[in-house]
Ligand binder design. Sequence first.
Ligand code: NAD
Length: 393
Amino acid sequence: MVITRKVLRNVSLTAHPLGCRRHVEDQIAWVKNPKGSLYSPAPNRMPARVLVIGGSTGYGLSSRIVAAFGGGADTINVSFEREPGEKKTATPGWYNTKVFEEHARKSNLRAFSVFGDAFSDEVKEETADLIEKEFGQVDLIVYSLASPVRIDPRTGATYRSVLKPIGKPYSALSVNLDDPTITKETIEPATVEQTEETVKVMGGEDWKLWIDLLDRRNLLAEGAVTVAFSYIGPEVTYPVYREGTIGKAKEDLEKTAGVLSKTLKAYVSVNKALVTRASAVIPVVPLYMALLYAVMSEQGIHEQCTEQIWRLFTDRLYAGIPVPTDKEGRIRLDDWEMDPLIQAAVQGRWDMQREGKPLKGGNLALVRQEYDRIHGFGYEEIDYEADVDPRVV
Ligand code: NAD
């Protein structure tokens, strides 16, 4: 079939197998040879056996790639995927995982995946069995789920996460990935139940269930580390992010790191705003990213997930003891994004935007290019008119 790009309200409905291959192979190539003076070499001490929960796209995929190809780790990924059919493309994560595992095998690295609902008891037990059988124990657990829904395994209740402000409506300028015209978006506030549900889905409860299970089954190696990802961002996005429903969930995640610290070394890493399948649908964020990407690439410090995670491993988690954190004990990979000079430049450009007018001073093309590439589109050397089998990556 001919696989074309189909994006509806910043959600991509298709993925191209050959482009996903390229996306993963580019990341592997970078990790094998990190370029530029900004990046330290891999430290001597890297984790040998790594579990990545949500390791098929975005920050989780990069964590798997850095662990394996930067540190020689054997890895297990747990992710939720749609399989391809004769006339149906798979999720990008399915293609990414196949390509990752092909390269891992070629490099004599062991790599396994559990495809299913990470929130369920069955998938947790299946993963624990796999760790026991193949690895004995794990040295690092990366928790990188981004999901709109969670079924609580205890009660069977379904919870949905929403991206909304709390208390009052929020109006702000925004932009669509496919149209540089500035629009105004108003988002109604969440109900109390919606806020609680978002915390249930994106907070720390499930992370703790994972660690408790691995601990109970004696699968955590001596000195094991776990890390989950958070975001703070600038004040313009506070009402919809940090002070909104997702911010409440992130506060809960950050508190959970404190609780888990009794069992192992547990961290929350605050990462940079980047286009992923999860972040593109947060209102206002695409406009912020278009401005941020422009400013950071002009300064030569724009990063993607791979570079961020490279710094997480080399300059933070495995740089030596103690791990560098902020006063609240959080790892900050958003340090360059939140630099006051970068933020002042972004704010200056934000103030130039007018509803109904084209975006000024932003780099929407770069945001869109990255969005396309995480779905396997936008690579010049790939013939997107060609007939391909969506089942073959
Ligand atoms: P993503 O959409 O690229 O990746 C999410 C991963 O979770 C995928 O592997 C997906 O398969 C998996 N997943 C989702 N639901 C699942 C389920 N029920 N069972 C198993 N796997 C499931 O998202 P991302 O942006 O890389 O987000 C990962 C984490 O990083 C999130 O906590 C997010 O809040 C955080 N973060 C993201 C940004 C950003 O700008 N993208 C910034 C800072 C922090």
